[in-house]
Design a protein around this ligand. Structure first.
Ligand SMILES: [Zn+2]
Length: 479
């Protein structure tokens, strides 16, 4: 029998008082037994603490793009909340890119059939890392392509033009549970396309917003432009992309575009790290995390306020139950996932000699939809070890365990590549890309009951990992 003692006074007691001692001092006879896992699940399912933290983050701080006053205020707010819980808090310095949005407007100033004096407004938003037009804007013909292959083929036509890459988001895929694969191609075009267009001499690059139901909302995101060739780059709403398609079928179209963002020097920020120290294996770490930065158009409720609040909720849940894990559970609110992943990279560099002490990592960055279970990159032989956890989560409909060779969470990616198994909550993402990176990613889009279930999954999983007897590292060959 494994015994974890928080309070050495308990050693003096005998069987008659053992039960009360167990309760009062957080002694766990069998940490991963069904009773303890059930207690964690049930406590999280009726706790509103994480939703309160999400409200604080979104309503009091708001947008949190790296380098912004919001990002700095969020660091302070999360650190204070974790200190209040009694966690050991460290601010880990991270140098982050500093990009600031400016004016952004566009209109179609010429097209076949245009009545005299008429122009058509186009709703768009600059992509992170975009360069600027002159203050008065620029005017150029628009070239529409539908893939990067087509852009390559039409390279000779690009010079001096505004290139629009129109690749639709497959909402039907998202509706059937494949939101990630539906998002992938558009996100790749958004990252690579503007740089390709810049290298071909384009005046500016536009992409169709990557998302489902649009309601004429622009979806921002990072683009891979580099210094020396930072052309203006923006995401156009789905509706305005379709307008441009229809008008271009009638003849050539011309746009006047004004974008005035600034690319400032890198600046100082932090990962917020809050430890719930372990008992007999305190030097081993289980990370539970989300990213603290968010795009600037909204308040980052789903991306990734729910991930951060969920990770914070793990520590709150275990503290409330007076449960001490064997390994240290480390909450991390990562900085700069959206436009650089500098937080994850910095953590890995600083902890390179301690990679072997990282038992597992959890990252939640798929929004606050209903969780169904988890995704994991444990080796195949380790999957069966999670049966007690799966059984504990089944009563709340969150017992799905999907194993993959690579989980692919952004901030944990360097640790995962070094052999640390990574976990992510498996959530309903069918409506996630309606809001993600748009002005509509606000607190009202998050169902408090889904967040409770989220905390239940993250807390049960964190606890289970922190107390496992068997190794699950991917370097182990037990198959
Ligand atoms: Zn995110």
């Amino acid at each position: 029998m494994k015994a974890v003692f928080k309070n050495s006074l308990c050693h003096k007691h005998v069987l008659t008082v053992l039960a009360s001692c167990l309760l009062s001092a957080g002694v766990i006879a069998a940490p991963n037994d069904a009773a303890t896992l059930g207690q964690i699940r049930d406590s999280a399912m009726k706790d509103g603490w994480a939703f309160e933290r999400l409200s604080d983050l979104t309503d009091l701080v708001g947008p949190r793009l790296s380098g912004s006053p919001g990002a700095a205020a969020a660091v302070t707010q999360v650190a204070e909340a974790m200190r209040k819980l009694g966690a050991t808090v460290t601010l880990q310095p991270v140098k982050v890119p500093h990009w600031v949005r400016g004016e952004e407007k566009a209109e179609l100033v010429d097209y076949a059939g245009r009545p005299a004096g008429i122009t058509q407004r186009v709703v768009l938003t600059a992509l992170g890392g975009s360069g600027a037009t002159p203050a008065a804007g620029l005017t150029a013909p628009v070239l529409i392509v539908h893939s990067l292959e087509e852009l390559q083929k039409r390279a000779a036509e690009v010079k001096g033009r505004i290139v629009l890459i129109d690749v639709p988001f497959d909402q039907e895929m998202a509706d059937r549970g494949l939101a990630g694969p539906a998002y992938g191609p558009g996100a790749t075009n958004r990252y690579i396309g503007p740089k390709m267009a810049a290298d071909m001499g384009a005046a500016a690059a536009l992409v169709r917003s990557v998302g489902g139901a649009s309601y004429r909302l622009q979806h921002t995101g990072v683009t891979g432009l580099v210094d020396g060739a930072r052309i203006p780059a923006a995401a156009v709403t789905i509706e305005d992309t379709l307008l441009m398609e229809r008008l271009s079928a009638r003849g050539p179209i011309k746009m006047h575009l004004t974008l005035t963002p600034q690319n400032l020097p890198d600046t100082d920020s932090f990962n917020v790290i809050a430890d719930l120290p372990g008992s007999d294996k305190a030097d081993e770490i289980v990370i539970v995390s989300g990213h603290l930065d968010s795009w600037d158009l909204a308040t980052g409720a789903n991306d990734d306020g729910t991930g951060v609040a969920g990770a914070m909720g793990v520590i709150a849940t275990l503290k409330k139950l007076n449960l001490q894990p064997r390994r240290t559970i480390r909450m991390i609110a990562w900085m700069n996932e959206e436009n650089g992943t500098r937080g994850g990279k910095t953590y890995f560099t600083v902890n390179q000699d301690k990679v072997g002490k990282h038992f597992a990592g959890i990252e939640s960055d798929s929004g606050g939809g209903r969780p169904f279970g988890m995704i994991s990159s444990v080796p195949p032989h380790a999957e069966k070890l999670f049966e007690p956890l799966v059984a504990a989560l089944q009563p709340i409909g969150a017992g799905v365990f999907q194993r993959r060779d690579v989980a692919g969470a952004a901030d944990l990616s360097p640790l995962e590549q070094a052999g640390v198994p990574v976990f992510e909550p498996l959530v309903d993402g069918h409506s996630y890309f309606n809001y993600h990176h748009t002005p509509a990613d606000t607190l009202d889009k998050v169902d408090p009951a889904d967040l409770q279930r989220h905390v239940a999954v993250m807390s049960s999983l964190s606890w289970f990992l922190a107390n496992m007897d068997q190794p699950i590292g991917r370097s182990l060959k037990q198959e």
